[in-house]
Design a protein around this ligand. Sequence first.
Ligand code: PRP
Length: 206
Amino acid sequence: MLNIALPKGRLGDQVLNLFSSIGFQCAEIYENDRRLVLESPDHQLRYLLVKPSDVAIYVEYGAADVGVVGKDILLEGNPDVYELLDLQIGKCRLAVAGKEDYTENPEAVLRVATKFPNVAKKYYSSLNRDIEIIQLNGSIELAPILGLSDVIVDIVESGKTLRENHLKVLSEIVPVSARLIANRASYLFKNEIITDMTRKLQEAVE
Ligand code: PRP
């Protein structure tokens, strides 16, 4: 049996459609109940529905053999997993944003609110810019509005959240999309099914 960790939420449906399109389906998932573990009728696949930011942890520790996770999470957590394929869905970007009328004071330490502290530190260290990280877990856009931070480092997808809060992108850090990842030992011991899945996904993506 192959254990597949899938992200719940906005990326989840697109991932399920992609997996169904290559014959890795599990009709039960569409029943929209509260179960977190679902098996395919032939008992070959087990889907684990987890919080997107936890997918890589399940895969790294072998609780799941493979998983689908955003590149943003991989860049932030740097988990010890194989990154097999860019699935070309869930496309967005990591960016610096601030108030529409924001102007930077280069003399002052920059206060950066984010749920991606490692990405933010690496980015600003490449610019030799001193920063203070203010780590939040959601609704990051509130921070500059309330003066809690000067800027934010966050995911921008449609840009709607920024627009509706009178914020704007100040600089782009890196493009993001969903990636297929595999546990290192699983990749060795379940190589046939994982390789088959990767090949079919690649064809579907192309
Ligand atoms: C993410 C991100 C932005 C928003 C961007 O938040 O943190 O707030 O999506 O999307 P947009 O550009 O299409 O508006 P998410 O919905 O994951 O919730 P969060 O505030 O809990 O992080």
